[in-house]
Design a protein around this ligand. Structure first.
Ligand SMILES: [Zn+2]
Ligand SMILES: [Zn+2]
Length: 241
């Protein structure tokens, strides 16, 4: 961890923070960081959406089908769930974790899981595989937020296991300013299995990341796993959008 990450960890401990979204007082009665108002307002995804990315669907579309953007892409994973939509508040929450290293927010995960529904069943007996950062990025950020999320899920859901088996071979530029096509090219063949990794290819493998935007990064990771013969590759992210 770098100095900033250590500082954040220490200040989390000394000053158990305010709500990560509105910065108001935390919701102590439920022992959560997020205040009740922000928790209620966050657009939680309660299931029944696109089977590949989890986004809620309306009209003629219903559970078991895929959204338009997933239909237009080749997906190397067979299922996906997202916990909430990335509206302004959703973005702020992810931003606090990813760029400010506010790990304590993930202690609220049990409350999030209650609001989403079906996640423990979705992750049952799964190997949780965090999307890796390149060594250089890891050094500058000090932590991998996807590993934090995977560990928080593992703490809550019995039978899961966190496996850091993927590595990022190329230090690709950030995806945030790229369009759909460039994102795909940017992460193509960027990931590989760590050397000497043994895999039980029959187990469900769930790739864990902070956000699902076009799905290009997750797909690139999934290609590595399905290329190794893994039969059941899925994804789970915090925010979709
Ligand atoms: Zn709040
Ligand atoms: Zn979708």
């Amino acid at each position: 961890m770098n100095a900033q990450a250590w500082l954040n960890l220490i200040s989390d401990f000394l000053f158990p923070g305010n709500c990560p979204i509105c910065e108001g007082p935390p919701y102590r009665r439920m022992d959560s960081y997020m205040c009740l108002e922000c928790m209620d307002e966050l657009p939680w995804i309660t299931g029944g959406g696109c089977k590949l990315c989890g986004i809620p669907m309306s009209g003629m579309e219903f559970g078991g089908l895929t959204c338009q953007s997933c239909r237009e892409e080749v997906r190397s994973f067979r299922a996906g769930r997202s916990l909430f939509l990335l509206d302004r508040n959703g973005r702020k929450l992810v931003h606090e974790i990813k760029y400010h290293g506010v790990r304590c927010v993930l202690k609220d995960l049990p409350h999030w899981l209650e609001r989403c529904g079906g996640i423990p069943e979705y992750l049952e007996d799964a190997l949780l595989i965090p999307v890796p950062l390149h060594g250089k990025r890891l050094k500058s950020r000090g932590f991998n937020q996807s590993l934090w999320i995977a560990r928080a899920l593992n703490d809550e859901i019995a039978g899961t296991e966190v496996l850091e088996i993927l590595m990022r071979e190329r230090n690709t530029p950030s995806q945030t300013k790229l369009d759909r096509k460039s994102r795909k090219a940017n992460v193509k063949n960027a990931f590989a299995l760590k050397p000497r990794t043994c895999l039980d290819t029959k187990k469900p493998m769930v790739l864990v990341d902070d956000v699902f935007t076009t799905g290009a990064t997750l797909d690139s990771c999934a290609q590595v796993l399905s290329g190794m013969g893994c039969e059941d590759v899925r994804v789970l992210v915090l925010g979709h959008g």
